[in-house]
Ligand binder design. Structure first.
Ligand SMILES: Cc1cc2nc3c(=O)[nH]c(=O)nc-3n(C[C@H](O)[C@H](O)[C@H](O)COP(=O)(O)OP(=O)(O)OC[C@H]3O[C@@H](n4cnc5c(N)ncnc54)[C@H](O)[C@@H]3O)c2cc1C
Length: 435
């Protein structure tokens, strides 16, 4: 994603929805070098993680800092406290591998694990599971290089009152260089992927979230079935009879949509036929290998987090609307659940939420789909994923987040000159963005 094309500096995100030309891109190797970068100029600055956000959070014309070259991964594991001090610029995958060597693991992960720890916590990245909060809620403390180049610790002893602010901060408060994360001893999971009628899936979703450690489902548009995926802890031997390839399945669903545009009934019939023949897949293995997948098929995404008691109602309305109005949709619609937390900008603040995610291939226009889905999500009290496409602005966010002003106070205190602002975040914070 970083490109030095004959001196022409470029950066783009994973889905290519953001393509920028910063005036400089720096790869510091130590915390001291980051401090020096901030002290030696007054330029605006943004920090890039792995570029897996769809929203223009990282966009800047000025200085872009990447922590890809920063030394270290696991600095220390405190077995008694169940916490690990981790290098925040490292990817979740690299950290999982390194923690495994110490016999430890993240409690939960999302669909992928190539995001940086800092990027993932900054946008409240989540997996699924009724009792698992988003990753940000597992953060016990952080170290940040702030706008004036000083190193600030926020944890249970130092500035504990700022912890709910720094855990989800969209890169607005400084450069996150270290995080202390609540972790657990390494463990194995049993993943089961089965196809079930959509109606039954919706009826059973609540009890499946209650019964299984992790549960999610993917509804296949124009089909009467959904993939149901559960993960449960096990000590069984490693095993797999899974042969499925998610990216290939998405390609085939697209092909089918394109070939049967003239006969939607035929499309439903074919997908139903294939779905009914799907053989349940079982896999046992290391937690992080089974929770996270690789995603080669690039897409754009919108995901809203809905109050748990209304999430499936919102899903029903989305489903009915798509069946009635939009035959172009083919990408599976994902539905997950996350526990609540108390962080100011966490979409899960003050209660468990059900998340619904819609996707389009990255080369296709997404407006027609996302502008259809977003009013439904908003009607049911949804809050958008910070890293995924949405159209909300300052006024909307103030209504959705009771502690929005507390976050803005902290932002103004730590970055009084707005060095970490960019046009996207300025619009979210309700600030002017001048050059
Ligand atoms: C294929 C795919 C699958 C995904 N699956 C999930 C999923 O299952 N669950 C989920 O919740 N989300 C998911 N996401 C979204 C993704 O987890 C978030 O957008 C996350 O923020 C990406 O992390 P990143 O390291 O790429 O950060 P970036 O996108 O590079 O940055 C995100 C934000 O973090 C800030 N930031 C990054 N590093 C630092 C730092 N060191 N200090 C301060 N600020 C920093 C950036 O400035 C920016 O504001 C997915 C995205 C993709 C493309």
């Amino acid at each position: 994603m970083l490109n030095n094309n004959g001196g022409d500096l470029r950066w783009s995100n994973w889905s290519r929805s953001v393509d920028i030309r910063p005036s400089s891109i720096e790869h510091p190797r130590t915390v001291e070098e980051i401090q020096e970068l901030l002290r030696s100029s007054r330029d605006r600055v943004r920090v890039a993680g792995s570029g897996h956000s769809f929203t223009p959070l990282v966009a800047t014309d000025d200085l872009l800092i990447s922590l890809e070259g920063l030394d270290g991964d696991v600095f220390e594991v405190d077995g008694e406290a169940g916490t690990a001090r981790l290098q925040a610029g490292a990817s979740l995958n690299r950290l999982s591998r390194a923690m495994q060597e110490h016999g430890w693991a993240f409690k939960n992960l999302g669909d992928i694990d190539v995001q940086s720890l800092a990027g993932a916590t900054s946008t409240a990245t989540h997996g699924t599971g009724r009792s698992f909060p988003c990753l940000s809620a597992e953060i016990e403390g952080v170290k940040l290089v702030t706008a004036d180049g000083s190193l600030l610790s926020v944890d249970r002893e130092q500035h504990p009152e700022w912890l709910p602010g720094v855990r989800v901060a969209l890169g607005a408060l400084g450069v996150l260089v270290e995080a202390e994360v609540s972790v657990r001893p390494a463990y194995k999971l049993h993943r089961r992927t089965e196809i079930r009628p959509l109606r039954q899936t919706l009826l059973d979703a609540g009890s499946r979230w209650a019964r299984h450690r992790n549960y999610e489902f993917f509804y296949l548009p124009y089909c009467d079935y959904a993939f149901n995926i559960t993960h449960d802890e096990t000590t069984a031997e490693d095993f797999s009879d899974a042969g499925g390839d998610d990216d290939e399945a998405v390609r085939q669903l697209k092909l089918l949509r394109d070939l049967t545009a003239w006969a939607p009934g035929l499309r439903r019939m074919i997908i139903n036929l294939i779905a009914r023949r799907f053989k349940t897949e079982e896999t046992v293995g290391t937690s992080w290998r089974l929770l996270a997948n690789t995603r080669e098929y690039r897409f754009n995404e919108m995901e809203y987090h809905l109050p748990a008691e209304r999430g499936l109602e919102a899903f029903e309305e989305l489903y009915t609307t798509l069946e009635r109005e939009q035959r172009r949709v083919f990408f599976p619609v994902e539905c997950r659940r996350t526990a609540g937390d108390e962080n100011w900008l966490s979409p899960f603040q003050h209660g468990s939420r059900i998340s619904i995610a819609v996707h389009t291939p990255h080369r296709e226009n997404h407006e027609w789909f996302f502008s259809l889905a977003e009013p439904i999500f908003r009607k049911y009290g949804g809050r958008p994923h910070w890293g995924k496409l949405h159209s909300l602005r300052h006024g909307d966010l103030v209504e959705l987040y009771p502690d929005f002003e507390a976050f803005l106070d902290l932002r103004r205190r730590l970055d009084p000159d707005g060095r970490f602002l960019n046009p996207h975040t300025a619009a979210l914070w309700g600030e002017a963005f001048g050059s």
